[in-house]
Design a protein around this ligand. Structure first.
Ligand code: MLT
Ligand code: ZN
Length: 502
């Protein structure tokens, strides 16, 4: 079968790789034990999918890219990948899976860092990447309606052409999708001034496990009409429903920006400066932290010959934006004066748009640089901003006691530090034993500082074991209850958020 259209010319669910004229066979794959409430994918179920959805289904070794995201080096193969092009196809698929108690793992662009898109029990992998249209840019109301597979940066570019701005910008904005951003409540460097994905969602079309399609609210700027289902969906990591359209709020494009790189003699000095900046009455549009090792790794990764003086142990990347450049320059001068006693060496002020881009590239590529250096576990710690100095020193102390090397960087203005723990040549036993204990202790410390487990990467698969360190049983029970209402048969992204030891 070579066509992707059915008799009415409508697009079909298409195979991932191979078109075939017979229903595919089931293939064994590495995965966790199927929970009792779910059924395995059988040849009969694949035949049913085939008959009802006209799918050409992908099977075989080619499923492998769908068994990974960007979390560590984990791989869990699905039984089958389904790639819808329309909301009604998603709803139809969910209805079938609900009826037959088959696991469905929704997937955006696969850039997640907590394993949220890993099909850990096998089942159906629902690849949303073909639903990638920008449906409407409403300049009058400053709103954009998009499908979940849209790449975040593409949305930003399209609305920028109308003088509008969609601020949430994870470092992976060039490759991540808005559906994934919604699933995790993604942030990014500009969240410190503009907020995260959550703050820009007005309304969502969602396919429920029952096969119904609903809108969660209304595309309005204020909402006081019962429970806020829209916000409930954001950050639910594909466990409550599958977003098939999103209406997002936009704001006017900022016109002027200043970007500077401030060097510090210690990690603590950089972290102490963070809260001080806000006390000056300045709200930077980005306030990012990079410890020396992060800067060195990314310079090497990008093959940029950047000399970091010996006395510099950390940097803050500070961006100011607004309509008037002279106001920004005044703010920058105030900031330099106030932080003089903390910085060491030369402050770098980007002089051109190209220099700004080069500085941003350093920050945005750190995750890739770390990944290229070693397998790593990424902890997305977040604490109240003024607790950053304590957090960072505890991270390093725990590294000494548990024997791990960490590379820290992230959104200091939000109190959100990505603690990257490098595996290097560590054996599996240590990696999955004592290091996990160290991470558990880290989260206990984070909780004691008033923080929590994730600021923007989600709980997903790999962080759920630590959830009890930051959240009580009563709260987790409430979450399970919500899940039960939306997904009574537990088919949606099973084993995510709060199902293992939690
Ligand atoms: C970042 O801040 O760079 C993103 O959260 C991605 C990452 O940390 O890997
Ligand atoms: Zn981040």
């Amino acid at each position: 079968m070579s066509t992707h259209s059915n008799q009415t010319g409508e697009p079909r669910l298409a195979s991932v790789y191979r078109e075939s004229d017979s229903a595919p066979k089931v293939r064994a794959s590495p995965r966790v034990a199927l929970p009792e409430h779910l059924n395995p994918v059988t040849g009969k179920f694949l035949r049913l999918l085939w008959d009802e959805l006209g799918s050409e289904l992908g099977v075989g070794d080619d499923l492998e890219p769908y068994g990974r995201d960007e979390t560590e080096d984990l791989l869990y193969l699905p039984d089958v990948v389904v790639r819808p092009q329309r909301a009604d196809q998603v709803a139809h698929l969910l209805r079938l899976c609900h009826e037959h108690r088959i696991a469905v793992t929704p997937r955006g662009a696969g850039t997640g860092l907590s394993g949220g898109a890993l099909p850990v029990t096998g089942g159906v992998l629902l690849d949303m990447s073909r639903m990638n249209r920008i449906l409407k840019i409403d300049t009058q109301n400053m709103q954009v309606t998009v499908e979940p597979g849209c790449i975040t940066e593409v949305i930003q570019q399209e609305v920028a052409a109308h003088g509008l701005y969609y601020p949430p910008d994870p470092s992976s904005r060039g490759s991540c999708s808005i559906g994934g951003n919604l699933a995790h409540g993604a942030g990014g460097p500009h969240a410190v001034k503009y907020g995260t994905t959550r703050d820009y969602v007005l309304n969502l079309q969602v396919a429920l496990a029952s096969g119904e399609l609903i809108w969660t609210g209304a595309s309005v700027l204020k909402y006081a009409t019962g429970y806020n289902l829209t916000q409930l969906m954001v950050g639910s990591e594909g466990t409550l429903g599958v977003v098939t359209q999103a209406v997002l709020r936009l704001i006017p494009q900022p016109t002027q920006t200043l970007l500077m790189l401030l060097p510090f003699p210690t990690l603590e000095a950089a972290c102490l400066a963070v809260a001080e900046i806000f006390h000056l009455g300045i709200t930077p549009s980005a306030l990012e932290f990079m410890e020396r090792d992060a800067m060195e790794l990314v310079s090497a990764y990008l093959k940029r010959d950047i000399h970091i003086p010996d006395e510099v142990q950390a940097h803050l990347l500070v961006e100011l934006d607004g309509p008037q450049v002279d106001v920004l320059q005044n703010d920058a001068a105030t900031l330099f004066d106030a932080l003089q006693h903390r910085t060491v060496g030369e402050i770098l002020l980007a002089q051109t748009a190209t220099e700004q881009q080069q500085l941003w590239q350093l920050r945005r590529q750190v995750a890739h640089a770390v990944r290229a250096a070693s397998v790593y576990k990424e902890e997305d710690t977040v604490v109240p901003r003024a607790a950053l100095p304590q957090l960072i020193s505890r991270v390093k102390e725990l590294g000494n006691s548990y024997g791990f090397k960490s590379v820290c960087y992230g959104h200091a203005g939000d109190g959100n530090v990505h603690v990257n723990i490098l595996k290097g040549d560590m054996g599996e036993e240590q990696w999955n034993g004592v290091i996990q204990q160290g991470i558990r202790e880290l989260f206990r410390e984070v909780a004691a500082l008033g923080g929590t487990l994730s600021g923007e990467h989600g709980v997903g698969w790999v962080q759920q074991t630590y959830l009890p360190e930051v959240m009580g049983e009563t709260q987790r029970q409430l979450m399970r209850g919500i899940k039960e209402v939306f997904d009574p048969r537990g088919i949606l992204n099973p084993c995510k958020i709060f199902t293992v030891n939690a």
